[in-house]
Write a protein that binds this ligand. Sequence first.
Ligand SMILES: NC(=O)c1ccc[n+]([C@@H]2O[C@H](COP(=O)([O-])OP(=O)(O)OC[C@H]3O[C@@H](n4cnc5c(N)ncnc54)[C@H](O)[C@@H]3O)[C@@H](O)[C@H]2O)c1
Length: 333
Amino acid sequence: MSLRVGIIGAGQAGERQAIGFNSVEGVSICGVADLAAHRAQEVAEPFGAPVFTDWHALLDARPDIVAVCLPHNLHVAPAEAAAARGIHVMMEKPIATNMPDARHIVDVCRAGNVKLTISFVHRFREEMQLVHGWLRNGDLGQPMLARETMNVQWESHLPLWLKSKEAAGGGVLMYSAIHGIDRLRWLMDSEVSQVTAQTRIFEAGGEVENAAAALFTFANGAMATLTTSAPAYPAAPTIWETEVFGTAGMARARTRAWATMSNADGPQHHDTERWSHELGAHYNFARQAAAFVEAIRENKEPAVTAQDGLAALEITLAIYASSATGETIRLGQ
Ligand SMILES: NC(=O)c1ccc[n+]([C@@H]2O[C@H](COP(=O)([O-])OP(=O)(O)OC[C@H]3O[C@@H](n4cnc5c(N)ncnc54)[C@H](O)[C@@H]3O)[C@@H](O)[C@H]2O)c1
């Protein structure tokens, strides 16, 4: 079954989604929509795809899949319109900026009988696949404690809307660290039941957080911490690190660099930097696209589910609520 993919929003995510989907056998890019025609043109050109400045017109051309790559507060309308036309949805993270919008997106996709996945693309990186494999294989025993550390740079090339509370719904958590929240849920294979957290704004007059520290308890009794920062000054190096400590072993991974594991059988070290060199910096978008296409072709649940999108947003909002109230927030009551 050949599939045609439309891209809505030709920013950095839109470009990566286009490259990712185009790499899947039997898949082509059938159009790119952006209010800024020159941006759409830049992303569309390598694929010879038509350009649209109104995304409704792109959906009227009936792609099989649409990747929604717009600012966070603009995710609802394209999802509604796609679902009404029977078009499957690859939704960039976070699914939305609030739970009613997020649930509405899930509901309309279900009602339209289309598949919905959320672009938690870090899962598809080699180092995360290794850590996940060790956990599922029982090499670490029962996971007890995990730690996510994310220091990212809010470089000048990033879009300005990400610092707008209205457009982005929040700061470093919504744009970046929600990947770490998703990684924790996925690795621990359990739902977060309690969140205690604080957030901080570093920039004078800033509307959204530059940093957060959170403590999570999982339904299976495991615990985890997440610290993240995204200052506006040049903050090299970017660090994305995950550590998991289990009853029988521990694992540690640095995004785009390596993954290590040690247990009674001895240590293992895997250099994962070469994957980016050999397969391209955004090979994880290609793997993610392939997984979604497979779910559509075989009519099965996507690897990253609508529930994954809802849960990651709910946890993110619980961090804000805990910081605002000084209380521990209980989820899934
Ligand atoms: N999964 C990832 O690793 C990853 C990486 C970056 C961004 N993202 C996500 O992708 C989404 C977009 O982020 P970005 O960094 O690409 O932003 P961006 O600002 O670079 O791109 C967004 C584009 O949408 C266009 N746009 C805005 N309103 C529009 C409208 N009504 N109709 C058509 N086009 C419109 C803008 O002109 C812009 O070109 C967000 O959800 C973000 O969190 C995900």
